[in-house]
Design a binder for this molecule. Structure first.
Ligand SMILES: NC(=O)c1ccc[n+]([C@@H]2O[C@H](COP(=O)([O-])OP(=O)(O)OC[C@H]3O[C@@H](n4cnc5c(N)ncnc54)[C@H](O)[C@@H]3O)[C@@H](O)[C@H]2O)c1
Ligand SMILES: [Zn+2]
Ligand SMILES: [Zn+2]
Length: 385
């Protein structure tokens, strides 16, 4: 079959000769993929920042597909169902899944204390092949896959498997109170969704920070918020203090993660060498821009190593930090309702639609922020929906 194939950092190709996935366990399903996105998290793999990313792996954790085959233990799905598949691989029964912490499943990743299983996300996250392929194996198929509701646009459905729940959970973890000032670092797909969702929780003012003008223009319009280029602000933290009456923002969201720009030292130790788990520039700004007693919500992904974080300021300011992989399955019912009722319009962020054969071009466009790229979607040759 055709699938994305990782050959090493910045080297990706479409490979026509990947083996077809097979049922390995009674609770597996095989899906024929209908859509598959490239996520900002894939860029950390592409840039070589995630440990144990093995040559030959297929990435892709944001996908929809039609059920092609099911194992004997799958009773929630039938062949022909069109489903959206949360990026978290979750068993549904461990103590963490029981608390709906589906991103923290204790069974789906041999390195259970690190993170739950994630499709196509290195052996650090379980070593599962992902959905940037014609077909994909879905473990614990009774738990994750969710039938796409009648009338839902398939482009909206695919975005409900990662970026929308992640942006929503970023806002939710911020504990936003009515009228709060919320600052979102990052105007990528996740930051755009976080800004949009902040209003749903009652924010009174939403500010987005990035350094890519076309993304700032997009989010200003899409999320009806303020948007600033940090290169033009000078001292970002000072700007935040000034614009909040010197108190600081009520809530700051890090929707950037390990690949952050904006600080030469952080970029050197976190991205170039890399001696830390990524450049923590946006997190640094978030901690220093939030008010005393405020909340910093982190959805930006960092590697397992320590990063340069101003922990003294966290203590002295009494900041609450909340962070996690999004718990997609927990959030799907409410997000389906927001989409079907028109309060959220995820598909508007899709900027590029490429055949799976052009996966390398997709990564390049998205990584280099070329051609006003916001969110690329890959369409496999056999996709019919
Ligand atoms: N926690 C989760 O469940 C989850 C799920 C999906 C994605 N993520 C993570 O969320 C982050 C964003 O994902 P995305 O798809 O939007 O990625 P993206 O790479 O498209 O967007 C990141 C944006 O941050 C901007 N940026 C860089 N440095 C910055 C800085 N110092 N301050 C402000 N903005 C800065 C970039 O210009 C870019 O527009 C990534 O780290 C990704 O791994 C987490
Ligand atoms: Zn993702
Ligand atoms: Zn579990």
């Amino acid at each position: 079959m055709l699938a994305m194939n990782f050959r090493g950092p910045f080297r990706i190709r479409a490979d026509r000769h990947r083996p077809m996935p097979e049922i390995k366990h009674p609770q597996d399903a095989i899906l024929r993929v209908t859509r598959s996105c490239i996520c900002g998290s894939d860029l950390h793999l592409y840039h070589g920042l995630v440990p144990d990313t093995r040559v030959g792996m297929t990435f892709g954790h944001e996908f929809t597909g039609i059920v092609e085959e099911i194992g004997s233990g799958v009773d929630n799905l039938k062949v022909g169902d069109h489903v959206m598949v949360p990026f978290n691989i979750a068993c549904g029964t461990c103590p963490f899944c029981q608390q709906k912490l589906f991103g923290n499943c204790h069974e789906s990743n041999p390195q259970a204390s690190a993170v739950g299983g994630i499709y196509g996300y290195s052996h650090t996250a379980g070593g599962y092949d992902g959905g940037q392929a014609e077909y994909v194996r879905v473990p614990y198929a009774n738990v994750g896959p969710t039938i796409i509701p009648d009338g839902m646009d398939p482009d909206d459905a695919v975005l409900l498997t990662d970026v929308v729940p992640t942006g929503y959970q970023a806002a939710e973890m911020g504990g936003i109170q009515k009228g709060d000032t919320v600052v979102v670092f990052g105007a990528g797909p996740v930051g755009i969704m976080a800004a949009k969702c902040a209003w749903l929780f009652g924010a009174g003012r939403v500010i987005v920070i990035d350094h890519i003008d076309y993304r700032l223009d997009f989010v200003k319009n899409y999320a009806q918020c303020e948007a600033y280029n940090f290169k033009e602000l000078g001292d970002v933290v000072l700007f935040m203090k000034k614009t909040t009456g010197w108190y600081g923002a009520d809530v700051c969201i890090d929707a950037v993660g390990a690949d952050a720009a904006g600080d030469a030292f952080q970029s050197l130790v976190g991205r170039k060498l890399p001696l830390t788990g990524g450049a923590a520039t946006a997190l640094h700004w978030a901690i220093n821009s939030v008010k005393k007693g405020g909340i910093v919500s982190i959805v930006g992904v960092y590697g397992p190593l320590d990063s340069l974080v101003p922990i003294g300021n966290v203590v002295n300011k009494g900041i609450t930090i909340r962070a996690n992989q999004a718990s997609v399955k927990r959030l799907l019912p409410i997000l389906i309702d927001h989409v079907m009722s028109g309060r959220l319009d995820p598909k508007a962020i899709i900027s590029h639609r490429l055949p799976l054969e052009e996966v390398a071009e997709g990564y390049h466009l998205f990584s280099a922020k070329r051609d006003n790229c916001i969110k690329p979607v890959l369409i496999p040759p056999r996709a019919t929906a």
